[in-house]
Design a protein around this ligand. Structure first.
Ligand SMILES: C[S@@+](CC[C@H](N)C(=O)[O-])C[C@H]1O[C@@H](n2cnc3c(N)ncnc32)[C@H](O)[C@@H]1O
Length: 465
């Protein structure tokens, strides 16, 4: 292992031993557009990994085997109960509103090679089928208003789509280690191929996997000359300012990772950019909605004040990404390759910002523990005054903040937080105020591989306030 900050932190983390044996993972076919490790692309351009996965081998031998098969429940035939919304809520609270499965989001903010999300994948296979089978009062999918059944009228149609739906809509991963991110994306992609295989779907019957939401938190590309050149292409200039501000704020992303509150840091910059945008003539303000010419009536109706800061960011981000694409295609001065790399890295940075702007139904993790790295320590202590004594305490605070009210956080960490005085604020203000423990298991030694650390696993429900 090298000496990068990612390596240093990664050394402090261990993964719970997966209880399931390795299983065959070699998928056959399907495509993936998620940035899988380029060194692993082979197999006739299908972008299948070769060095990492051989016939009959899992990734590091640690992919879980299929838990849900035809006519089988999850884990020994016991179907989990995703029927939230039925019957009574937990602890006498109002039951959560049932959602279309495509509206569920699960985040692992320190995902490593993605074991937790692989288990979630299996659970989601069951959730989709159960939700599909229940047609009475089925919730509809937020963006389209369509129910699952309306979009997939037969079970076969559903099964052809679900693996890709899970990767596109449900599972989100962040890590500061680029290799971990690659392995996580690959493992999820392979798991999706196995789900297709399980249902006997041939290559041309599978829905293409066009997205895996696994991102690496890292600083934006450091080439100041290219940043200046790119920012100068942005019109109006306020977009250039916004991009420069984002690059600056992402400086610590490689160390802070998911703990970087980039969405909050950007709030002021977005509000300022919006204010400046408003000072332009209306017909120019309307350019926010793309290059398509607007009708006179549309322009007359347009007022940037009427859109939220969130929507403003969505549109400006779209414009910047389109500009990055154009920039990557510029080949003059022999700088084409460097521009492409710059654009790719910057686009990954935007993907990280997007993940931080989302709110989730579930956050699951076994985060790193110990002290923050030297370069980031001061900023960390300022950002997390109540939990600065240990990274894992801060991860719990951050994880709760990333949830919807009523969302659930599951963590396995050291158990010290439950009794050391240095964690008093964590207990009082995070565990018992921001959240509410619904279950705590004091596990002791022997859970995290060979690590000599006593652990606890717990679930917190985020409080509404
Ligand atoms: C114990 S491992 C998690 C293992 C994971 N559950 C799995 O299934 O492989 C912790 C991970 O957190 C990552 N990490 C450390 N600091 C981080 C940060 N600030 N933000 C995001 N990820 C971080 C490490 O690179 C490491 O992969």
């Amino acid at each position: 292992m090298g000496g990068s900050p990612a390596d240093l932190v990664a050394r402090q983390c261990l993964t719970p031993s997966p209880p399931l044996p390795p299983s065959p993972t070699r998928g056959e076919g399907g495509e993936v557009s998620a940035p899988l490790p380029s060194s692993t692309r082979g197999d006739g351009g299908q972008q299948l990994p070769s060095p990492l996965v051989g016939e009959g081998q899992g990734v590091g031998g640690q992919l879980p085997s299929p838990l849900v098969g035809e006519g089988q429940g999850v884990v020994g035939g016991q179907l989990p109960s995703p029927r939230v919304g039925e019957g009574q809520g937990v602890g006498g609270k109002q039951p959560r509103v049932r959602k279309d499965p495509r509206d569920l989001r699960i985040l692992d903010p320190a995902a490593g090679s993605g074991h937790f999300l692989l288990y979630c994948f299996d659970l989601l296979l069951a959730i989709y089928e159960e939700a599909w089978a229940r047609q009475d009062g089925a919730p509809s999918y937020g963006p389209t208003g369509q129910t699952l059944h309306a979009d997939y009228p037969t079970l076969e149609a559903l099964r052809r789509a679900v693996p890709a739906l899970i990767l596109r809509h449900n599972l989100y991963a962040v890590d500061i280690d680029p290799r971990a991110r690659q392995i996580c994306a690959l493992a999820l992609w392979l798991r999706a191929q196995r789900a297709y295989q399980m249902h006997g779907l041939k290559r041309d019957e599978r829905t293409m996997i066009d997205r895996v939401n696994a991102v690496c938190a890292e600083p934006m590309p450091g080439d100041a000359a290219l940043l200046a050149e790119f920012a100068a292409t942005l019109e109006p200039p306020v977009l250039g300012q916004l991009v420069r501000g984002l690059f600056e704020r992402m400086r610590l992303a490689g160390e802070a990772g998911s703990l970087l509150r980039i969405e909050a840091d950007l709030r002021g910059a977005i509000a300022e950019a919006k204010r400046q945008w408003r000072e332009r003539p209306t017909y120019m303000q309307a350019g926010l909605f793309g290059d398509e010419p607007l009708t006179i009536e549309q322009v007359g109706l347009f007022d940037v004040r009427a859109i939220s800061d969130e929507q403003f960011w969505d549109h400006t981000e779209g414009m910047v990404l389109a500009a990055l694409q154009r920039y990557a295609e510029r080949a003059e001065d022999g700088l084409g390759y460097r521009r492409r790399l710059f654009a790719d890295d910057a686009a990954s940075g935007f993907a990280f910002v997007d993940l931080c702007r989302q709110r989730y139904d579930v956050v699951l993790m076994n985060p790193p523990f110990g002290a923050a790295s030297k370069g980031w320590k001061a900023a960390f202590e300022q950002a997390y005054p109540r939990t600065k004594n240990d990274l894992y305490a801060a991860f719990v605070e951050r994880g709760l903040a990333l949830l919807h009210p009523g969302g659930m956080l599951g963590a396995i960490t050291s158990r010290t937080g439950f009794f050391l005085t240095s964690f008093q604020k964590w207990r009082e203000e995070i565990l018992l105020k921001a959240g509410r423990p619904t279950i705590v298991a004091d596990l002791g030694y022997g859970v995290l591989d060979t690590a000599m650390v006593e652990t606890a696993a717990y679930v917190l429900e985020k409080n509404d306030g």
